[in-house]
Write a protein that binds this ligand. Sequence first.
Ligand code: D41
Length: 676
Amino acid sequence: MPSVAELSQHVKVLHEILNYHNHRYYVLDDPEIPDNEYDKLFRQLEDIEKDYPELITLDSPTQRVGGKVLDNFEQVTHQMPMLSLSNAFSSEEIEEFLQRIDDLLEHNEFAIVAEPKLDGLAISLRYENGLLVQAATRGDGQTGENVTQNVRTIQSIPLRLRGLNYPKILEVRGEVFMPKKGFTKLNELQINKGDKAFANPRNAAAGCLRQLDSKIAASRPLDMFCYSIGVVEQTHPDEAIKDSHRQILKQLQSWGFAVSPEVKRLSSWQESIEYYDSILARRSELPYEIDGVVYKVDNIAQQGKAGFISRAPRWAIAHKFPAEEVMTRLLNIDVQVGRTGALTPVARLEPVFVAGVTVTNATLHNQDEIDRKDVRIADMVIVRRAGDVIPEVVKPVLSERPEQSIPYSMPDHCPICDSLAERINDEAKSRCTGGLYCPAQRKEAIKHFASRKAMDIDGLGDKLVEQLVDTELIHDISDLFHLNDIHLVSMERMGDKSAENLIKAIEKSKKTTLARFLYSLGIREVGEATALSLANYFKTLDLIKTSQSEVVQEVPDVGPVVGHNIETFFSQPHNEEVINKLIASGIHWPEIIAKESNELPLAGKVIVLTGSLSLLNRNEAKARLIELGAKVSGSVSKKTDLVIAGEKAGSKLKKAEEFNIEIMDEAGMMALFESN
Ligand code: D41
């Protein structure tokens, strides 16, 4: 056990750290560490203060809710303070919350209303005689900043209340936020201008509200959902303001405010947990960032009965989601070599739990990205994983940067084969120039060749390919067909049975299609769809091999780059040799019978694909339609014969309806492919 003197020292250190981050977060709008890291430190201090109340000082960060206000904006004292929300991090804490309310309300029945917790900024709007006269940030709850000019530019906020039955004075409270799409666009603009990107939509929204030039603020996509009211002065006593939270929200909507579409009435703990789970499951689909859900007692009289503790109502609580941003150590940067020689820097991280999974690696993309973020080996970094998105390193925490740290540079030689690595034609990535001399590139080429959509060799996993190349049992893809079970059983984790199965799978893969074979060769930019178009157009490998780029470009969807790649690939003697060996070992495919184009089932039909498909990707669908004789067009016109509409189809589908064009869903398209 530490002594009280030691604890007192520790409390001082915590004050300093928390004050530093508080200032970054509240005053500068530029937090350095994720909220949950801050919360952890804050809880640590709270815990000590709970056990040793004598250590609580007036300047403790726990004794104030919020921070100082910058003096570039006029200060506004809230006539009615803006309360804060207590947080819960588990379903048990929600159970306790509901139990507490049940006690406070003396076991009378009560309803709970749930809504998502938007990750934006709380704000108060003041309307006098129906006109917006002032908008103020929450600040510390007592005093905020006058941001009226900027708020007036938010389209979803009424400058005059709709209808007539509004009070003489009305304060509306809610959350200002930046939708995800607008955020992405804004950051693209920032980067193109050479300005710093915002770390997340919340910071971007804060930056906009704090913008001294309201013209700049006007160009930025802010939005607001309202969730409560402050001061209300009635004109007539019979205009009674509504007596439940839900009625207030309805009333606010009628006055022209946006309210979350996810608001829901709940009647049990079970239902609140279901609500939490369902919103969490949809988190990444929602067009704005949320960091939890909020539960509130619906009835206003019951809210009054439950009362407050310090500055937070006892009738409301936020159930927070697991953090999407966490802090961890960047242990090292490894460089991976891809099939085409592209070098990709990969961050090796101290394992960290983020948004529900443990993350140990994150791509750093390329040198420019590393420079832009200035991430260095041994930095503490912020790692973000939103929804199913691949984890990414957001930025380093500069105040924790080790001394003597140096900027990171990608190696100028391939880390695997030591060939020169070059950046050509403004490409973002540098490439190993070793070609098939480079074992890494060969391994990737073989993995690609064997993959499901290529030759589909079952049982030839990545680890096995690596062993086979490392032990020099195989050198290129053609050697796969000379493997025997004696070779195979000498590999790690390879028994007689699996060796036998693999040999069978290799044998079976020899019977393939021209499209698969072309795809499996790994020609740059020749994906499945292009391979299928090439096969259907030329029908024989010989024709493809001998065609010049200009001829290849006659194939639908083949441009000069792909044309060039194909011509160059087949002009290399090494590739010619490998292909000959493959054919000699028995790879074959059925002849593609040349159908007269007007005999094809979709001959001459103009088809438009729209919306998102779930069973095929867009290019595959397109290639198969073309194969059946259709012309695939990008826009709907009177000449369109058929529109295939996937999920969330928008304006093209509408236009098709207007023009009375035949519409088919994805299932219909699949049935069409099936029957042909
Ligand atoms: O979406 C939110 N961030 C949100 C914040 C919400 N949906 N409801 C809230 N309700 C309140 C009370 C219960 C105090 C009226 C809040 C906040 N407060 C809040 N936001 C920032 C501090 C407090």
